[in-house]
Design a protein around this ligand. Structure first.
Ligand code: PLP
Length: 401
């Protein structure tokens, strides 16, 4: 491989079949709102073993209509993890609700169920229980959904799983998105995620009313189903707007890519896990922690996030890798530290585990089309970067004497 080429942290894998599927739609009668979106929704629902899928133009849109369908509004509380993309929290703000965060578990990097339980007990006392909790399956590793679901029964909140990283993952031998432990699950089909539709997302549920409400909100709040009309039936031109919705529709072009990509989902997840196994072996003796992937769960391995033992060299290692063309990334700057959320009252120190994570985490490249040479290049550069910047023994001794 050419030494000057860069290795991104993630990227799509597009096959000839994917291209043909999109071209076929371009030659058809419909570019949007044709037969392919519902076909994609059916394929998606089948792959997750759930009844209803509502495809939209992004996971951000899916999170928004999921919150609205569950009745989130001004005065309500929504809780999520600070170790996520801002969209997991923004959806609550779109609805005028208050957001709060629950710190992460330092092993899984997912929402801490212990913290969640104690925060819920406190919230019950001061009458500020959340209406919705949004667990995020960070890097593709499923959260402890059984425990979170049990808490939802005890305290009466709804659950939206943000599975933007986790389509194709398995929890207790069942696909993420099957709805056993939540009301709604949201997926992203952005090109860095597991499967792509370019931009795109979906919300899946077993609840017919929630699915219908989300389908309405996705398209202006408009229905063309005459049996649902509130005004008198006047003729075949008629449609009715029943609430204030949005244009969050996916196109047939995108849905065709989605159907084609979905056929390779298991292949993608297997390949990602193989790459993670290779990293695990090659990085075993370095001063860092490799990601937690328990044997009884299948992570989708959307990200491969290492954590350096010595956070003092974090920035330098990061910069050295970038300079070498290894386009590592940070997942995530804790959401509560973003200026928008600081202005709502959050401050450094609020969620120490998520903050510590951000001080030592580096996402190494992982995507299906990565080859062994790419892995070697990443590992060699990482070893070199750590050696370069590690405070040497001699220097430490010099300092002491
Ligand atoms: C990517 C991502 C989103 C947003 O996805 P889009 O499809 O780009 O809107 C939301 N949550 C998480 C955790 C993500 O990683």
């Amino acid at each position: 491989m050419d030494a000057r080429t860069t290795i991104p942290y993630g990227r799509q894998s597009i096959s000839k079949d994917d291209i043909q599927a999109v071209v076929n739609v371009l030659r058809s009668d419909w570019l949007t709102q044709g037969p392919v979106v519902p076909a994609f929704e059916n394929a998606l629902a089948a792959s997750c073993k759930i009844k209803y899928a509502v495809a939209v133009n992004s996971a951000t849109s899916a999170l928004h209509i999921a919150c609205l369908a569950l009745g989130v509004g001004p005065g309500d509380y929504v809780w999520t993890t600070p170790n996520t993309f801002v969209a997991s929290a923004n959806c609550a703000r779109y609805c005028g609700a208050n957001i709060d965060f629950v710190d992460i578990d330092p092993v899984t990097m997912n929402i801490s169920v212990t913290d969640l339980a104690s925060r819920l007990a406190a919230a019950e006392k001061n009458g500020k229980l959340p209406k919705v909790i949004i667990p995020v399956h960070f890097a593709g590793l499923p959260c402890d959904m059984k425990a979170i679901h049990a808490l939802s029964k005890k305290y009466g909140f709804h659950i939206i799983e943000d599975a933007s990283h986790a389509i194709g993952a398995k929890y207790r031998d069942q696909p993420i998105g099957n709805g056993h432990f939540s009301d709604i699950t949201v997926f992203s089909f952005h090109p860095v995620k597991i499967i792509t539709t370019a931009e795109g997302g979906a919300a899946v549920t077993n609840n017919e009313a929630l699915a219908a409400r989300m389908a309405l909100l996705r398209s202006h709040g408009i229905t063309r189903d005459s049996s649902a009309f509130q005004n008198d039936y006047l003729g075949p031109w008629q449609y009715e707007q029943h609430e204030l919705g949005f244009n969050y529709r996916l196109t047939d072009l995108q849905a065709a890519l989605g159907i084609s990509q979905l056929q390779r989902i298991n292949q993608f997840v297997t390949r990602r896990n193989t790459l993670a196994d290779q990293y695990d072996a090659l990085l075993a003796n370095l001063p860092l922690k490799t990601p937690y992937r328990p044997a009884d769960q299948l992570s989708a391995c959307h990200l491969y996030v290492i954590r350096l033992d010595d956070q003092r060299i974090h920035r330098q290692v990061f910069e050295t890798l970038r300079a070498e063309g290894i386009l590592v990334n940070l997942h995530y700057t804790p959401v509560h530290l973003q200026p928008y959320y600081r202005q709502l009252g959050f401050a450094p120190g609020d969620f120490p585990q998520a903050e510590h994570h951000a001080n030592c985490a580096i996402s190494l490249p992982v995507y299906p089309d990565m080859c062994d040479d790419d892995i070697d290049r990443v590992v060699t550069a990482l070893k070199w970067a750590i050696e370069q910047h590690q405070p040497t023994k001699e220097l430490e001794h010099a300092h002491i004497s």
